[in-house]
Design a binder for this molecule. Sequence first.
Ligand code: SF4
Length: 236
Amino acid sequence: MSTPGQSRARLEPASGWAPAPDCALCPRLEGFRSANTAAHPEWFNGPVPSFGPLDARLLVVGLAPGLKGANRTGRPFTGDYAGDLLYESLIGTGFARGTYGRRADDGLVLVNCRITNAVRCVPPQNKPTGAEMRNCRRFLAAEIAALERLELILALGRIAHDNVLSALAERRADHPFAHGAWHRLGNGLLLVDSYHCSRLNTNTGRLTGEMFVGLLRDIRARLEPGSKATGGSRHK
Ligand code: SF4
C-alpha cells in the first residue's frame, strides 16, 4: 500500500507545469496546509495532482480539493461524497475502469479522461478567494495546453466554468454557465457545463444521478470516432 507522499510522487508528471508540493503562491492556503499537516500528519495536505492519462480527450475540472476528500487522500474527488457520484458515473459510462474504493490506491484507472481542480490546495470552508483562483490558474492553463489530445472539458459548477474560461482567455459574457450547455471555444476545444456533483446539489434535486450520467453519455457520443461535434483539431 502506498503512503500519501508516495502517491504524490507517482501521480504527478515531472514536467514542471504542475505546482511544486510546497507551492507558496497563496499564503493563506499554504498556512491552511501547514495547520492540517500538524493536525493530521497522515493526510496528503498538499497541492492535489491531477489524475488520469496525459493523452486523455476529456478533462473534468472541479473547484478545489475537499478537506477530508482529496486533501486527505491525495487524489481529486477521492474520499468524499462528490467522488462517489463522479467515479461511479465515470465507471458506468466507460471513462473509468475498476472499482472506486474512496482511496488513492484503489487501483481505479481513468480511460480517456483526466480530472483536475481549478485550485489545487484545499481552501478553508471550500471557498478560495479570487486571488487564489488567479494564482492557481497558471497551472490549469498549463495543464490544458499540455494535454495534446484534449478535445472536451467538463466543468463541474460555475466557478470551475469561469476558471476554465479565464485560463483560456475567453470572455465569460460569451459563454454563460448553464447545466448541459455546450460552448465552442476559440481554440477549438468544447466546454460543457454541469452542476457540481456535491451533496448539496443532489440532496436538493438540482442534480440527479440520471442527469449526470446522461451528460457523460452525451460527452461519450461527442467523442465517438466520426462525430463532428468536437470539431476536429484544436488550435494552440
Ligand atoms: S492553490 Fe495553487 S497557486 Fe495556490 S498555493 Fe496551492 S498550488 Fe500554489
